[in-house]
Design a protein around this ligand. Structure first.
Ligand code: GRF
Length: 187
């Protein structure tokens, strides 16, 4: 089986990156993580790229030419699929155009509810009964592309932001790989 060469974009801890690297080591998993891009040079997730010997590139989104650097790097590594895993920047329209239908994102809420940042505090404020995560295709509107997979849990009365995050991420570690399998199974 020919694995799709994939780039994972991160900005922080990279626990989803680590999880995807570990899944991608299975010969039947449809993608190979060939590149990691971080917009944050202090992202601890970069250490997973180092540990598992995945090439990584740091980009400074304050510099105008950063988009070119991203596109050149994706080309250099023959990337045909992109996973956004805690990437805290909006992807440019240009990049979305080049990779239409080939960029997915994981979001820590049951979209279309709670798009954007600070999902857990807003969920608690609104007394939500369910939390969860969504894997979706990326389009040019924030957290709005077609959904691939959602997983949910029931929020308990004592749940705080830390607990919600933990429960959500535990679901993310299953949802992200399942979404990828689903995409390539359906092609
Ligand atoms: C995840 O919870 C994801 O839903 C959100 O950012 C977080 C990234 O976590 N978009 P990590 O860096 O993968 O640990």
């Amino acid at each position: 089986m020919v694995k799709r060469k994939t780039c994972v974009f991160i900005s922080g801890k990279g626990s989803n990156l680590k999880n995807l690297i570990s899944y991608s080591r299975d010969s039947s998993f449809p993608i190979k993580i060939s590149l990691v891009i971080s917009n944050n040079r202090n992202a601890s997730g970069i250490n997973f790229a180092k540990k598992y010997k995945v090439p990584y590139i740091l980009i400074n989104t304050k510099i105008k030419s950063h988009e070119n650097k991203i596109l050149m790097s994706l080309k250099k590594y023959k990337i045909s699929f992109i996973c956004l895993a805690g990437y805290m920047k909006i992807i440019s329209k240009n990049l979305i155009r080049y990779y239409e239908g080939k960029i997915i994102n994981i979001h820590p809420s049951l979209l279309p509810k709670f798009k954007g940042l600070n999902t857990f505090s807003r969920m608690l404020e609104k007394n939500e009964t369910k939390g969860g995560c969504t894997v979706h295709f990326v389009n040019d509107k924030l957290d709005s592309g077609i959904k691939i997979i959602q997983k949910f849990f029931f929020i308990k009365s004592g749940d705080n932001e830390i607990i919600l995050k933990k429960k959500t991420q535990n679901l993310e570690y299953r949802a992200f790989p399942e979404a990828i399998i689903k995409i390539f199974r359906d092609i």
